[in-house]
Design a protein around this ligand. Sequence first.
Ligand SMILES: [Zn+2]
Length: 82
Amino acid sequence: MQFPFTYDINEELDGFYLRHIVQFKNAHEMLLYMAAHELRHLYQWENPLKARQIRRLLRCDDEIDADIYATMTLSRHRSGKL
Ligand SMILES: [Zn+2]
């Protein structure tokens, strides 16, 4: 895999997303993103009521919520806040 790597989730999950593209500068960023995404699913699983509120608020499904969380985690990492 070559970095920077552009992850186009539209190709991975056809029809699920209007547009969602993230660029990883290195393997560390990619692992951080993937880990944050999966941890968010754990949070959704353990907090079903909150997860439903978030889905309503953001008008999205659990996958997009997990991607939003992962993108926020990556941007916090890049800004030096993690
Ligand atoms: Zn997911």
